[in-house]
Design a protein around this ligand. Structure first.
Ligand SMILES: *[C@@H]1O[C@H](CO)[C@@H](O)[C@H](O)[C@H]1NC(C)=O
Length: 257
């Protein structure tokens, strides 16, 4: 899948999401398949968390050339584990959405580290940045948690057409959170551009296409009223933004049927 196909699929999904008027069904796990359990869903989330790297379920970026090959093999394994779960156990429309997200994360990580030439400039610069990122950025999942916490209420938001704008504005806030984190640590500051690139690469595949004007460069987010409060609580603990995003988007009445 190239970038254009990827965009086409996502745009298609968002159109379906916006214009269709069928009733909602939030439970997208395929039933009647003994292989598809809540436990496996949780294990898959752990695999995604590991792949992305933040927090206590994350992993470190390779800080020597020797570690790159293992890192890339692990990435491939984690992607395969996630793909096989979504293929077997997730309803097609949601699985399509997840595979779009997964594709952008995977290709970002592979582009950063697993190119053909291990000695190219990008890889060299990544390896140099890793010790600082591993020590000061990845263990701290404060910003990721903040995104998750502020996005969970969107699952039960009544106004379906506001789910995407609010999600995008939460992402803008999350980038602000990361900026602050970078400012607070000298070595992160030194590698600032590289680090922003790493973080954005994990999210941007989806947000670039989904968010339109709701981005850092406009005042659309400032003008948005606060997210209405809700008493409903999340059904489970999210480890990453991936399945959370699937829950938010597929909870729209417009999402498939
Ligand atoms: C997110 O919510 C959890 C559970 O309510 C809480 O423990 C945690 O402090 C929150 N984290 C952030 C960054 O808001």
């Amino acid at each position: 899948m190239n970038r254009q196909q990827f965009q086409l699929i996502l745009v298609g999904l968002i159109v379906v999401l916006t214009v269709s008027v069928h009733a909602k069904d939030v439970s997208y796990m395929i039933e009647n398949n003994p292989k598809c359990t809540q436990k496996r869903l949780e294990q898959t989330e752990m695999a995604v968390a590991k792949m992305i790297g933040f927090g206590k379920h994350g992993r470190k970026f390779p800080d020597t050339y020797e570690k790159i090959s293992l890192y890339c093999k692990e990435t491939t394994r984690l992607v395969a584990q996630t793909e096989s779960f979504t293929k077997e156990c997730i309803r097609k429309d949601v699985a399509d959405l997840l595979s779009v997200i997964l594709y952008s994360v995977k290709s970002h990580l592979i582009r950063q580290y697993c190119g053909k030439s291990r000695t190219n400039k990008r890889v060299t610069s990544m390896v140099r940045t890793s010790p600082c990122v591993n020590e000061h950025l990845l263990p701290n999942d404060h910003c990721v948690r903040q995104f998750i916490n502020s996005t969970i209420p969107l699952i039960t938001l009544e106004k379906d057409n506001m789910k995407i704008p609010y999600t995008c504005c939460n992402y803008v806030k999350t980038m602000g959170c990361f900026e602050k984190m970078i400012e607070s640590q000298t070595c992160l500051k030194q590698h600032r551009e590289r680090i922003i690139e790493i973080i954005k690469g994990l999210f941007n595949g989806v947000t670039d296409i989904m968010c339109g004007e709701y981005n850092e460069g406009t005042d659309k987010c400032e003008k948005l009223p606060p997210i209405p409060r809700t008493n409903k609580v999340a059904k489970r603990n999210y480890q990453t933004f991936m399945f959370l995003l699937a829950d938010v988007l597929s909870s729209s009445k417009g999402f498939k049927e």
